[in-house]
Design a protein around this ligand. Structure first.
Ligand SMILES: [Zn+2]
Length: 248
């Protein structure tokens, strides 16, 4: 029983290593999503600046055009004969000047917005940089942890064969069968105050007595795990298994 309990201890540790190994890629993909989100956030901030700069240039271009247009109208003023035409040109010049005024106002507003946006990019770059560094650090940490888990599991797996050789073949077969059915967790469980240490269902009094006497390990009639007496866990393989029919 002692050998088998040691084997189970090993198996449970190997199981924990495998679970950790399986969890790490998920953690890494979460970190990658976080990285992408931070990068996109910074890109978005930079785009705000670019959009403002483009608008500023467009305003400046429009002002130049309107200035040139005013120049042309001024030249035409010298050549028109009719007063109506003269008045119409003055009206057009006035209109262009007003539009230039509007564009100039917009440029002032853009410059202010741009100052704010640039300051924000700088601030966010620093924050995002340090967040990305933290993510890199954590990724490196879990990489090391993964290597460690794989290495540790290999060590544990190497200890299995000698224990299996030492174990009682009948008990070992029974143990493996239960482990195979359970997929994970303990196949050997201690008796806890007359209940099965695996499923916590009450065991029959006669069965409890036999387990406590340390003569046999009994399969629990509810979950099928082998129940042993904690007081006799140190015994070598002299304890057998009660036939399953005895639990019915
Ligand atoms: Zn049980």
């Amino acid at each position: 029983m002692k050998t088998l309990l040691r084997l189970q201890d090993l198996d449970l540790k190997i199981e924990a290593c495998k679970a950790r190994e399986a969890e790490i890629p998920n953690q890494k993909s979460k970190f990658n999503i976080q990285r992408e989100r931070l990068r996109a956030e910074l890109e978005e901030r930079k785009k705000t600046c670019t959009t403002l700069e483009l608008e500023q240039r467009a305003c400046e271009g429009a002002i130049d055009e309107k200035g040139a247009q005013i120049g042309k109208y001024n030249e035409q003023l010298n050549s028109v004969k009719k007063n109506e035409e003269y008045q119409a040109l003055l009206h057009e010049i006035d209109l262009q000047k007003k539009q230039i005024g509007i564009k100039e106002e917009r440029i002032l507003a853009i410059m202010e917005e741009l100052d704010e946006a640039k300051a924000r990019v700088e601030e966010d770059s620093k924050r995002i940089d340090s967040e990305l560094k933290e993510i890199d650090r954590q990724c490196a940490e879990i990489d090391t942890e993964l290597e460690e888990a794989i290495r540790h599991r290999a060590e544990l797996e190497a200890q299995e064969a000698p224990l299996e050789n030492d174990a009682d073949p009948v008990l070992l077969k029974q143990y493996k069968r239960i482990r195979g059915r359970l997929k994970m967790g303990a196949a050997l469980v201690p008796l806890l105050n007359e209940v099965c240490g695996g499923c916590h269902m009450r065991m029959l009094p006669q069965v409890v007595n036999e387990i406590l006497a340390g003569v046999t390990m009994h399969p629990c009639r509810h979950c099928g795990r082998l129940v042993y007496s904690g007081d006799h866990a140190d015994q070598e393989s002299d304890a057998g298994i009660a036939p399953e029919s005895a639990t019915d």
